[in-house]
Design a binder for this molecule. Structure first.
Ligand SMILES: NC(=O)c1ccc[n+]([C@@H]2O[C@H](COP(=O)([O-])OP(=O)(O)OC[C@H]3O[C@@H](n4cnc5c(N)ncnc54)[C@H](OP(=O)(O)O)[C@@H]3O)[C@@H](O)[C@H]2O)c1
Length: 264
């Protein structure tokens, strides 16, 4: 199996790093192409993989991962028109719909919405396949992206809300962590310590939810009547934090929908 990356920027590097760490594929079976020849040479040295021409990459690769920016999609897809339909095609571009790719390609296609936490192996990737994927395509792509964290399959119509929840989600959590840490700092805890306390608390709470699977039970367990957690939760209710946070997710979802209107 040979993997070819078209575009080798931030996201492609995160994917390659995860595959490399998991030793899923030898470096000799990975190639890439990007625009800037200077960066291409630097990346060859840094990552130990070979850059090549588009023609060779397409010929050699069994699985192609598209990692350019959406604005560059049309230009690249023009070059891929008529791609051998036996090749598997994976795209990580946000907001470019399957119908857009279908204008150029007849291949099995997977749209992936990864998130930035993939960099630390705790990513959340949402998958949407064109039609019903073959067992091979499904298992290979699950294996590849599981190296970066969790994978969930959704119908394509759910891609925009997936952006709101997990694609852009880390950004909203960053803000919350920062807000909590700054409050700790205001009260006298050194900022690095307060930041660690806040980040570890978000991570631990998330892990516990994943382990137990039932948020209501955890809330009952933690909120002793008249206790400190209950006081905070009451304030959250009074401030309608849940509704406000849902509005944040919805704003991101709406923007994802607007952007994808351009690419259908
Ligand atoms: N970053 C994230 O957290 C994230 C999360 C989810 C999805 N995504 C999606 O991932 C995609 C890539 O994002 P990114 O942050 O990795 O962007 P990026 O760092 O700007 O990388 C884009 C890459 O595409 C290359 N490229 C541009 N035009 C090309 C062409 N005609 N032929 C070959 N290569 C070309 C660029 O090459 P040069 O550098 O040489 O110009 C660069 O290596 C985006 O579509 C985004 O929607 C990103």
């Amino acid at each position: 199996m040979h993997i070819g990356f078209i575009g080798f920027g931030h996201m492609a590097k995160v994917i390659f790093d995860a595959l490399d760490r998991a030793k899923l594929i030898p470096r000799s079976q990975v190639s890439f192409i990007q625009r800037d020849p200077q960066k291409m040479r630097e990346n060859e040295k840094t990552y130990g993989i070979t850059s090549t021409s588009m023609e060779t990459l397409v010929k050699k690769s069994d699985l192609i991962i598209l990692g350019v920016r959406p604005a560059q999609a049309k230009m690249v897809l023009e070059q891929l028109r008529g791609l051998d339909p036996s090749k598997m095609f994976v795209t990580v571009l946000a907001g470019v719909k399957m119908s857009f790719y279908r204008k150029y390609l007849k291949n099995p296609i997977l749209r992936v919405m990864p998130n930035i936490a993939s960099e630390v192996g705790m990513g959340m990737s949402t998958f949407s396949y064109s039609g019903k994927p073959s067992e091979d395509f499904r298992s290979i792509t699950h294996l590849l992206f599981s190296c970066m964290g969790e994978v969930i399959e959704v119908p394509e119509e759910m891609m925009d809300i997936s952006v709101g929840i997990s694609g852009s989600g880390p950004g909203f959590v960053f803000r919350l962590i920062e807000a909590v840490a700054r409050e700790g700092e205001k009260k006298g805890i050194p900022y690095p310590d307060a930041l660690k306390m806040a980040a570890q608390t978000f991570m631990g709470a998330g892990k516990l939810v994943l382990k137990k699977g039932n948020v209501q039970n955890l809330l009952i367990q933690i909120a002793t009547p008249n206790g400190t957690t209950e006081a905070g939760l009451k304030k959250m209710t009074e401030l309608k934090i849940d509704e406000h946070y849902q509005a944040v997710v919805n704003a991101s979802t709406k923007r994802s929908h607007e952007l994808s209107e351009e690419f259908q």
